[in-house]
Ligand binder design. Structure first.
Ligand code: PMP
Length: 390
């Protein structure tokens, strides 16, 4: 498929990022002629295995872990499933799971499944900013009947952009004997991470959220936890027995290249995207648009804007914007649902106000004039909606 000459402006980088040119270049030889099964004991196989090891090192370096702790998966959804289903069961060592109502479906749905097979699943209280309510943790975890379990949380929330205080959460979870699994699909590659210094036990990453190819991700599993994790795919025993299946070399090479690039650019990308986000808010205000930022005002993913336009129906606004720009209401994975987003309701927005929120997420290729155009188009679309309803 060739790209049309003039596409709408893409402001949905939290849903997916386009593979970087360097990533595509690095992948091509592995698609064309370097193909082999990395588990084969011959020249071609060993060459593919070395490429996968390089990629493993790059992904580990991006999150501050050791390569031996990185398990390749098909994406963050699979990694979240492996983490939760692999650690929890009704009769095993860990029978209790905590997660906030603001979590992505790839944590919520495995949790719902586990609850159906006897695991105790309890919500973690969140504040209106989307932050976990740290003052309620003692109440949640300090009761005498609570046995060590697992706490699962996204570092950066995909819909509202709020960033959780990881080292503090890890410290509190560990004080009660719980393991902390962190979904870093949105934050890895966007803000510097150090899984060891942050003391997280497990962490998942998604390649297509950091300018790598889709179809690959990873689960970091701290060495002390590896023996506690029950594999969910059984077969050839690849990935240290934790995830059977042939690792696709071309995807791993792309993911590794994206991780290296992200590590080099992370500080400058974050600063630039944050500056552009601030510029977008300023431009909206210059156009006289009333707007409320949803999520935490400062502890948030760079370049991530979850915006409520009071009195303006978000679906209507998106439809009017669609020829000019691609943004979203809620998570792409939940698109098509009639009810407003569970995340917005969890941070205390009612059905009507939750229906007035649009997510604009900026990325590496977003330019200053894109921001100006986006603000102007939004202002025009809103005034048309208001004329119609007025
Ligand atoms: N977790 C979060 C926070 C996400 O934003 C996403 C993607 N929307 C996922 C998990 C799932 O990632 P993947 O597409 O790699 O399965």
């Amino acid at each position: 498929m060739t790209a049309p000459a003039k596409e709408p402006l893409y402001l949905d980088f939290a849903a997916s990022t386009p593979p970087a040119d360097e990533v595509v270049e690095a992948m091509l030889p592995w698609l064309r002629h370097a193909h082999a099964n990395p588990h084969s004991e011959h020249f071609h196989g060993r060459r593919a295995a070395r490429a996968i090891d390089d990629a493993r090192e790059a992904v580990a370096a991006l999150i501050g872990g050791q390569p031996e702790s990185v398990v390749f998966t098909s994406g963050a959804t699979e990694a979240n499933n492996l983490a939760l289903k692999g650690l929890l069961s009704a009769t095993g060592a860990r029978t209790h799971l905590w997660l906030a109502d603001t979590e992505h479906k790839s944590l919520r749905e495995p949790a719902r499944y586990l609850s159906g097979v006897g695991v105790v699943v309890t919500p973690l209280a969140v504040l209106g900013t989307g932050l976990v309510d740290m003052s309620r943790l003692t109440e949640a975890w300090g009761a005498p009947h609570i046995t060590p379990g697992v706490v699962a949380i996204a570092h950066g929330n995909n819909e509202i952009g709020t960033l959780q205080p990881l080292p503090e959460l890890a410290e509190r979870a560990h004080a009660y004997g719980h393991l902390l699994h962190v979904d870093a699909a949105q934050s890895a590659g966007r803000i510097p991470l150090d899984v060891e210094a942050m003391d997280c036990d497990l962490m998942c990453v998604s390649s297509h959220k950091l300018y790598g190819p889709g179809g690959i991700g990873a689960l970091y599993v701290a060495p002390a936890v590896q023996g506690q994790l029950e594999p969910q795919l059984h077969g050839g025993g690849q990935e240290g027995g934790l995830r059977s299946g042939t690792v696709p070399a071309f995807l791993a090479v792309g993911f590794g290249t994206a991780a290296k690039l992200a590590r080099q650019r992370i500080v400058q990308d974050a600063a630039r995207q944050q500056q552009l986000a601030t510029g977008f808010l300023a431009a909206l205000s210059r156009h006289g648009v009333a707007v409320q930022l949803i999520g935490h005002p400062t502890q948030r993913l760079p370049g991530h804007l979850s915006l409520r336009f009071p009195g303006v129906d978000a679906e209507d606004l998106l439809a009017r914007l669609a020829p000019a720009l691609s943004a979203s209401t809620g998570a792409a994975c939940a698109a098509g649902e009639l009810r407003s987003s569970h995340v917005l309701r969890a941070v205390s927005l009612d059905e009507r106000t939750a229906g007035e929120v649009i997510r604009f997420t900026l990325g590496r290729s977003t330019r200053e004039d894109d921001i100006e155009v986006a603000a102007e188009r939004t202002a025009v679309a809103i005034s048309r909606i208001q004329e119609h309803s007025g």
